[in-house]
Ligand binder design. Sequence first.
Ligand code: NAP
Length: 248
Amino acid sequence: MDLTNKIAIVTGGATGIGRAISLKLASLGATVIVNYNSSSKEAENLVTEIKALGKDAYYVQANVANFSEAEKLINFAVEKFNRLDILVNNAGVTADTLILRMKEEEFDRIINVNLKGTWNCSKHAAKVMAKQRDGKIVNIASVVGLIGNIGQTNYAASKAGIIGLTKSLARELAKRNVNCNVVAPGFIETKMTEVLPEEIKQEYLKNIPLERLGKPEDIANLVAFLVSDLASYITGQVINCDGGLVMY
Ligand code: NAP
């Protein structure tokens, strides 16, 4: 897998899974634009770390839920490099609670960041990639978008939405040589999941055939493959990376 001369944007790229993806793409030669919303220190440190490896990287603040901020993020790549080869829509948030307790604001916020944010960045990137007749978009959903989860009506809806969005986008952009796929992680150890009680982690473990929780690098490895030339005949697919938690 060689990503030399490729320009990549990773949304929410400064922490957790996004951080691992940014590092992996950079290690394969891509110039990585690390997007963050609030984690400025983490973004700055990551760019320093990537540069120390002898690779090029930038950080750009943007709230992906905001249409014009997402446009500004994509334009950063276009103005600096006159192209964008890879977009990884990884930014995501949770606000878990049962529907009887969930506030309307908690539904709207999760949909706005996870689903609308993915649409916003994809829309602006699609214009560039369609014109250059080349590109790879990988959207990070979740197995919860496939099977549902108690306490996640907002989050599961946003992730299921990402799947429909990506399949439609894959059909629209295929003739322009742009591949669009979904990666659906299972339980990955990041700050998103570290807040969950130990008994929930143990319950997940019992249901994971590979008998371990996932690491951010597990997801990064799959994303790296999907954005590489090795995956040029794969589009519109949902690929689970979950230790076998969900099989269908
Ligand atoms: P994380 O460390 O909390 O990362 C979430 C990232 O999203 C942060 O870097 C955050 O950036 C960014 N973000 C949040 N709101 C944003 C906004 N409005 N604009 C731009 N960036 C924003 O959690 P993670 O586990 O790595 O999650 C990464 C992705 O994987 C998410 O889409 C999540 O739903 C998905 N996922 C995770 C798991 C899991 O088990 N961990 C499972 C399935 C799917 P700031 O810190 O700068 O706000």
